[in-house]
Write a protein that binds this ligand. Sequence first.
Ligand SMILES: [Fe+2]
Length: 440
Amino acid sequence: MQARSSAQDSTCKQRTTLFFSVRDEVGALDKCLRALKAANVSMTRIESRPSRSADPGYDFFVDIDASDKDLVQRVIEEIKQIKIVQDVRFISSLGSQQLPHAEQERVPWFPRKMTDLDTFAEKVMEMGEELTSDHPGVNDVEYRQRRLEIVQKAKAYRTGQPLPRIEYTDQEKETWKQVYTRLHEMYPKYACREFLHVFPLLEQNCAYGPDDIPQIEDISRFLKDCTGFTLRPVMGLLTPRDFLNSLAFRVFHSTQYIRHHSDPYYTPEPDCCHELLGHVPLFADPNFAELAQEIGLASLGASEEDIEKLATIFWFTAEFGLCREDEGIRAYGAGLLSSFGELEYALTEAPEKHSFDPSKTALQKYPITQYQPIYFVADSFRDATAKLRDFNATMRRPFQVRYNPYTQSIEVLNSKDKVHHFARSISNEMQLLTSALELI
Ligand SMILES: [Fe+2]
């Protein structure tokens, strides 16, 4: 399932991701870029974050166009020569053969098939194997060891394997119980209709309850039956691009570790309480699933500027979205449905509430460490999806894509043949629709 064929590897252009840490010195990055130039490869993407190992310094993820292993090895050796660089690593290498050459030059790499998501396994922006200094578990050796054990399973996971099952400890179950019990009491008053419809189904089918933490393998199977969404384990926070790209495949990355037991009502990072209570229920709703996938499809090959806009839209919908119902405004965002304090606050008069309008929502600035001062209210998931489609049509991208659920791959509609094939399949569907309507 996971190995790419050697024929593909040898004939198509390769997109290789490298990782390295650099000490913070004047001209540090310059030296690394010169090394890439010396090896005669072009860089197509660069992402940085404050370094965990080179302190003070930065970790870099760099995508390069490289055609063979020898060349990649030469690049690694060139970078290793630089004294301020430490921990140079090869992360992944993937083909990018579907777009014409000119488009490859300006379009950021994006996954085309499910196995391409394997490349995200070790690419996390924050947390992952390390914890930031504000994490309540940062000085608890036992907690860190346990978290590392769980994270290693996510790191090793590859497409097609069963999702890791975690035997949770009594202490972890107790933390879950406290969070679950308190939120469960609040949902009838604050959660949206769709969430309240799905939650009992999760109790019946996926062992949701206060006494144990549900397993993502069971949840993933349930979601697949409902909407085709599946879960994948993840080490920590993915880059916005990688995270959104996965949604195009109806894949949601879920952490499996739980927050520190010293403060069950606080976590500085997504944990299984946030994912399983906040996010999972709505991925079982067909209309929400469509909205989430629409964001994902728009993110494939999008410019950095557009990725930022789409990540902001995700923030104000899937994370902190509100929606209008007959009884009043309710919450559907996971950041709200997994936080007692903000769930209550969001539905008071205190914060501003605006109607969801992607062109405005995409530009709204927001804080990440305090309650949101502004929320966006959707009329319905279908309405939000329709507005999002109109917005996406205004984004600049030199090609169109669609997800093929049969092959679980992304099709780039950039040739007459592909568009004809697509038109034929729509025509067949229309015939089926007409015949079904005649029978009703
Ligand atoms: Fe989230």
